[in-house]
Design a protein around this ligand. Structure first.
Ligand SMILES: Nc1ncnc2c1ncn2[C@@H]1O[C@H](COP(=O)(O)OP(=O)(O)O)[C@@H](O)[C@H]1O
Ligand SMILES: [Mg+2]
Length: 436
C-alpha cells in the first residue's frame, strides 16, 4: 500500500471511529434530555385539565388530532368508566391504573404513561417510547452531515498534502537515476522536507564513498598494469637471453636470471591479488579468537632459512600469550610481510628481533632490525601502494606495507613505524585490541 493510501486509511478510520463515538454520545444525551422535557410536558397536560372537567366541555370544540409518532395522547374517563375524551381518536389505549409516571407495553410497543385521578375523572397522558427514541436518533443523524463534510475535507487535504510531500521523493529518484559511475555529484537538498534530508545526506555520503572506492580501483588497476609492464618486459628479454645463450656455455647463468625474474613477477602478482582480495575481506573472513604469539612463532620459524641465506640473525625476544580476535590467514600475511622486510632491508650480518608484549587491554607486536631504518619523512608514504624508498637493494613490489596496513585496519589495529631502540634500525609496531 502506498504511503498516501496508508495515511488516508488510518487517519480516516480514526476520524470515523471518533465521529461515530460523538454521534452515539449525542444520541444518548439527546435521549435523556428529551425524556425530561417530554415527561414535564405530559404532567403539565394532565394538570391542565380542570378538576370538574366534563367530557362534553371539549367534544364539540376539540378537533380530532392526527397522531404523529411522539405526540402525547390525552384520554379522559369519567367516574362511570366511560371514555369521555380522547385527543387522538385513532389510537385508543386501554385505561391503566398506576397513578403518576409508569411505563407499559401495549400491543408490542412501549409507552410512557402519566395518570392523574380527580373526583370526577381519570386523566391519562401517554406517549410512545419508540417515538421518543426516533426523535433522538433523527437528531443524532442530523449531526452526521457536518461530520461527513469534515471527513471529506480531511481526505482531500491529506491527499493533497501527502502528494506535495512525496514530490520531493520523486525528484530525488529522478536525480539518482541521472547518476553514473563517472558522474556522482552531490544531490540537491533545497526545498526538501526535513524528513527526506537525512536520506539525501546518507545517499550522498554513500555516493561519495563509492566514488572514492571506484577512483581507488581505477588507480589500482592503472598502477598494477604499469608495475607489471617492467617485470614482464624483463622476462621477455631474459627468455631471449636464454635462447641466445644455448650452446654458448652461459645457459646456466641465463636460466638462473630467468628463474629469479619469474619468481619476482609471481611474487608481485601474488601481492597484487592479495591487495584486491583484502579489499573485500571484511565480508569473507570471519574473525575468531587467536593466540598471536603462536602465529608469530610459526612465521619466524618459516623465515629462518631465508634469514640464513642473508646471514641475518632472526629470533624472538619475548612472546607473551594473549588472545586477539582475527583471521589467522591475514595475520600470517601481516607478520610475514613485516619480518620479510626486516630481513630483506637489513644488511648481511645484522639482526632481527620479534617481540609480542601483552598489556592490560592490548597485545603489542614489535619487529626491530639493525638495518638502515626509514627516514621519518617517508614513514607515512611507505604505506602507499607501489611506494619504495630509493635504496639500492629495493627489489620488492612496494605492496608489502600497504597489505600490512589493510590487514591491521581489518583488525582495528594500529601500525606504527619508528626508530628501533636496541638495534638502531626500524621498529615496526602493531597494536591489537585484546579479545574480551
Ligand atoms: N625494515 C625496513 N628497513 C628499511 N626499509 C624498509 C623496511 N621495511 C620497509 N622498508 C622500505 O619501505 C618500502 C616499502 O616496503 P613494502 O611496502 O614492504 O614494499 P617492498 O618491500 O615490496 O618494497 C621498501 O621499499 C623499503 O624501502
Ligand atoms: Mg616488503
Amino acid at each position: 500500500m502506498s504511503i498516501r493510501n496508508r495515511l488516508l486509511f488510518w487517519l480516516l478510520s480514526g476520524l470515523t471511529v471518533l465521529g461515530a463515538c460523538f454521534v452515539l454520545a449525542d444520541y444518548l444525551i439527546d435521549r435523556a434530555l428529551l425524556a425530561d422535557i417530554y415527561d414535564d410536558q405530559m404532567s403539565q397536560i394532565a394538570s391542565a385539565i380542570p378538576v370538574h372537567f366534563s367530557g362534553s366541555d371539549l367534544e364539540t370544540s376539540g378537533p380530532a388530532l392526527k397522531y404523529d409518532g411522539d405526540d402525547s395522547i390525552l384520554q379522559i374517563w369519567d367516574q362511570n368508566g366511560k371514555l369521555s375524551y380522547s385527543s387522538h381518536p385513532a389510537i385508543v389505549l386501554p385505561r391503566f391504573s398506576t397513578l403518576g409516571f409508569s411505563e407499559t407495553k401495549w400491543r408490542g410497543s412501549e409507552w410512557k404513561l402519566f395518570i392523574r385521578k380527580t373526583d370526577r375523572n381519570l386523566i391519562q397522558v401517554a406517549q410512545s417510547l419508540t417515538g421518543r427514541r426516533n426523535i433522538a436518533i433523527e437528531h443524532a443523524l442530523r449531526s452526521l452531515i457536518p461530520l461527513l463534510i469534515f471527513l471529506l475535507i480531511m481526505a482531500l487535504l491529506i491527499h493533497w498534502s501527502v502528494g506535495t510531500g512525496l514530490q520531493s521523493l520523486t525528484r530525488l529518484s529522478q536525480e539518482l537515476a541521472k547518476r553514473t559511475p563517472d558522474k556522482l555529484g552531490r544531490l540537491a537538498t533545497q526545498d526538501q522536507p526535513a524528513e527526506i534530508r537525512p536520506l539525501t545526506h546518507a545517499l550522498d555520503t554513500l555516493l561519495q564513498r563509492l566514488g572514492v572506492a571506484l577512483e581507488g580501483q581505477k588507480k589500482f588497476i592503472a598502477d598494477a598494469s604499469h608495475e607489471l609492464r617492467t617485470p614482464l618486459a624483463t622476462l621477455q628479454i631474459q627468455t631471449q637471453l636464454v635462447e641466445q645463450s644455448l650452446g654458448s656455455g652461459r645457459e646456466t647463468r641465463a636460466l638462473a636470471d630467468l628463474k629469479a625474474g619469474v619468481k619476482r613477477t609471481s611474487h608481485l602478482v601474488e601481492q597484487l591479488l592479495m591487495v584486491s582480495r583484502l579489499e573485500s575481506a571484511g565480508i569473507h573472513d570471519p574473525h575468531i579468537p587467536l593466540q598471536l604469539h603462536e602465529i608469530a612463532r610459526e612465521v619466524t620459524i618459516d623465515l629462518i632459512p631465508y634469514a640464513c641465506t642473508r646471514k641475518i640473525n632472526l629470533g624472538v625476544e619475548q612472546l607473551d600469550a594473549g588472545l586477539i580476535m582475527g583471521s589467522e590467514h591475514h595475520l600470517h600475511i601481516l607478520l610475514r610481510n613485516l619480518i620479510d622486510n626486516a630481513v630483506r632491508y637489513t644488511p648481511s650480518g645484522g639482526q632481527v628481533d620479534v617481540t609480542i608484549r601483552a598489556r592490560q587491554d592490548e597485545i603489542l607486536l614489535e619487529i626491530e632490525d639493525s638495518g638502515p631504518g626509514i627516514p621519518p619523512a617517508e614513514r607515512e608514504r611507505v604505506f602507499d601502494r607501489f611506494y619504495r624508498c630509493l635504496v639500492p637493494q629495493a627489489t620488492g613490489s612496494g605492496l608489502g606495507l600497504a597489505i600490512v596496513k589493510q590487514v591491521a585496519e581489518l583488525h582495528q589495529a594500529e601500525v606504527q613505524l619508528g626508530q628501533a631502540r636496541r638495534l638502531s634500525g626500524l621498529k615496526a609496531s602493531v597494536i591489537f585490541k585484546r579479545a574480551a
